[in-house]
Design a protein around this ligand. Structure first.
Ligand SMILES: *Cc1c(COP(=O)(O)O)cnc(C)c1O
Length: 405
């Protein structure tokens, strides 16, 4: 980078430590210091603008600083920012729980709030396992997960994930996990694994961190049938796919599947505040009633009123606009244009979630994109393109042009 390290870059280099980042490389160049966002664009302190081509790590939905969400947060902040959810309710969390459950009437009727995707998964694992212990199924202590899956970075969630570079070095810490590669593997699982499994967990339709790899069509509904026939809970990790990315509000709706646990985070607040939710059934919920059956889990900021207000505003935008119905058209345009570009390999897409491969130079490719005003992060040599759903056709043209160059 040509720019000298500015005041904020210097403070960052001196004192900050970034996630998933080789700090040696990080300290060798001036960081981009973002200070403003508007629509699909982010602006740095030097005044440069960048198209946010990965929705700020897969979170943003309606664009940055959307006036409806900003107003909801401002109004809420002036009334109440936070009160404890332990032994108290708050009006915004009540409304949001009701709203989220309304997508699955009569099926997913309970909402448990936490803060991030990882914690939404921790909640689902712990609920499933504890439910077995207090409902006469003591032998069901295992979790079946898919190879190369990603479910977050907290210790329990990471132990279930299958990306070896993220989990090596933590010893045997974590849950009892049995990993499979495909639906076919599940059908030939040893009897003992099936009988001791509490839940099976999957990223529906597409694995994200595993370089954006879609599952075969129909796989999810087959998995649902398999789990139900054996009494194994189905946990869907929709942290990435939730809130319209795939063209439906939730990916599970594409195959008419309703899980036992639905984990939501990233896009829940439209990409504005950390908030997560784990939805589950009345059957699970009822199994936690009575003495000695309390679910001992929670965080200081559980049910945060600001986050819930932002989420309600974000959900309201789906009702007033064409956000969902335009996803497929925008995604198809990207795919059509990308497959034409020489040297781009294997374009993979579900809705507005796109990955393609660039041989041997993922990092370098994204650095060049940044010089052309586009921000995204590679996963190894896969380039992720996942703009806010509100991205315009003109912005997509700009993006394709930058990639082609
Ligand atoms: C990002 C992600 C997570 C973890 O969410 P955090 O908010 O980063 O903790 C879990 N599962 C999937 C599929 C994700 O994409």
């Amino acid at each position: 980078m040509k720019d000298p390290v500015n005041r904020w870059g210097a403070a960052d280099h001196a004192h900050s430590w970034h996630p998933f980042t080789d700090q040696e490389i990080w300290e060798s160049e001036a960081p981009v210091v973002i200070s403003r966002g508007e629509g699909s664009w982010l602006f740095d302190v030097e005044g440069n603008r960048y198209l946010d081509a990965n929705s700020s790590i897969w979170t943003n939905i309606h664009g940055h600083s959307h006036p409806v969400i900003v107003e909801a947060i401002q109004e809420q902040a002036a009334k109440l920012c936070h009160s404890s959810y332990l032994g108290l309710a708050n009006d915004k969390a009540s409304e949001l729980a009701e709203k989220l459950c309304s997508f699955f009437p009569g099926r997913l009727e309970r909402c448990f709030f936490s803060d991030d995707g990882s914690t939404a998964l921790e909640v689902a694992f712990k609920m499933s396992l504890q439910w077995r212990q207090q409902n006469g199924e003591h032998e069901r202590t295992g979790i079946i997960a898919f190879e190369n899956a990603y479910h977050g970075d907290t210790l329990g969630a990471a132990s279930v994930g299958g990306v070896s570079r993220f989990i090596k070095g933590y010893g045997e810490a974590g849950l009892e996990v049995y990993r499979v590669g495909s639906l076919e593997d599940l059908k030939v699982l040893p009897e003992v694994v099936v009988q001791t499994a509490s839940a099976v967990v999957i990223e529906p339709l597409i694995q994200g961190v595993n370089q954006m790899r879609p599952w075969p069509q129909g796989m999810l509904s087959e998995l649902r049938a398999w789990a139900a026939s054996l009494g194994i809970h189905l946990i869907l990790d929709e942290v990435m796919t939730g809130f319209g990315r795939t063209g439906e509000m939730f990916a599970c709706q594409k195959e008419g599947v309703i899980p036992d646990f639905l984990c939501l985070a990233k896009g829940l607040t439209g990409g504005t505040m950390p908030l997560a939710a784990t939805l589950t059934t009345s059957e699970i919920y009822e199994g936690f009633k009575g003495p000695g059956r309390t679910f001992y889990y929670g965080h200081s900021y559980t049910g945060n009123a600001l986050g819930c207000a932002a989420a309600l505003a974000s959900l309201s935008l789906f009702e007033t606009g064409e956000t969902l119905s335009e996803v497929e058209e925008k995604g198809a345009y990207l795919e059509r244009e990308l497959v034409r570009i020489p040297k781009i390999q294997e374009v993979r897409r579900v809705g507005l979630v796109v990955g393609f491969d660039i041989e041997g130079c993922g990092q370098e490719f994204c650095r060049k994109l940044r010089e052309r005003g586009v921000l995204t992060r590679p996963i190894l040599n896969t380039i992720v393109i996942m703009p806010p759903l509100s991205v315009t056709m003109e912005e997509l043209e700009f993006l394709v042009e930058a990639i082609a160059r």
